[in-house]
Ligand binder design. Sequence first.
Ligand code: C5P
Length: 282
Amino acid sequence: MLEQFAPAKVNLTLHVTGQSANGYHLLDSLVMFASVGDHLTFEPADALSLTIDGPESGAIPTDGNSVLSAAHLIDPQKSAHIHLTKILPVASGIGGGTADAAAAYRGLSKLWGLPDAVPGSETFAHVAKLGADVPICLFSQTARMSGIGEKIEFMPDLPALDAVLVNPRVEVSTPAVFKAISSKNNASMRMIPSNFIDQTRFITWLRHQRNDMQDAAVSIAPMIENVLSALWDTKNCQLARMSGSGATCFGVFPSAETARYAALQISREHPDWWVKPCALGA
Ligand code: C5P
């Protein structure tokens, strides 16, 4: 049985720099992948089928799932049984369905004996048909993403971070947040650090960047503000910011131990929230 991990995608920065003619937004984003994510398995079968379990499986349809769309994109004639264990909350700004689609693309390509996807504009344009964030999720490596998501520059040597991901169990619609952004022509990220920057300077640099979707998301889901405050209120939090179009926010901490401690504190105060300590870019 083949297995694939679909790590959460965290937008450490997300600058909205314009809008293209087709209505999609131009972005400039530094993305890292987390040690927490969904799990998929793939087995030969007579028909294409999908089963789902796991703590976050409740709201997910098997029909029209992004995982099946990935199978159809590779080859609509081929069959397999796919099982998805859902750990990441849906519509939460950290990849979810996108990471699953990318993992299914990798897993099914292997199961069906196709060559591994090679990074490059042709591959990125092809898998972008499944969603704007699928190209970056296909390789799950730290990268700067621009265009509408199809331009990717890997940044393999940026330092890993210890973090906590927090979702207040509010689903946020990505198109609604894009619509609510007041200013769409913002500056790109300030000069991106060299790959060999140390962790302290990297976090200082991150603090000077933004997520341009954050205010718009807070206007739709004010609870996001409570999540950011809960992160900043923990001991040792070095940076708290929303990922993607929300509502999941991340906090950066100086060590795995301080991140675990902060996660425990937030879980105690908000037992209904989804809270995960993790490593980013490790
Ligand atoms: O491509 P994906 O399905 O992930 O995007 C969801 C929605 O978010 C799109 O339908 C579009 O409205 C919006 N979007 C955008 N600009 C992007 C990515 C997504 O406006 N770069």
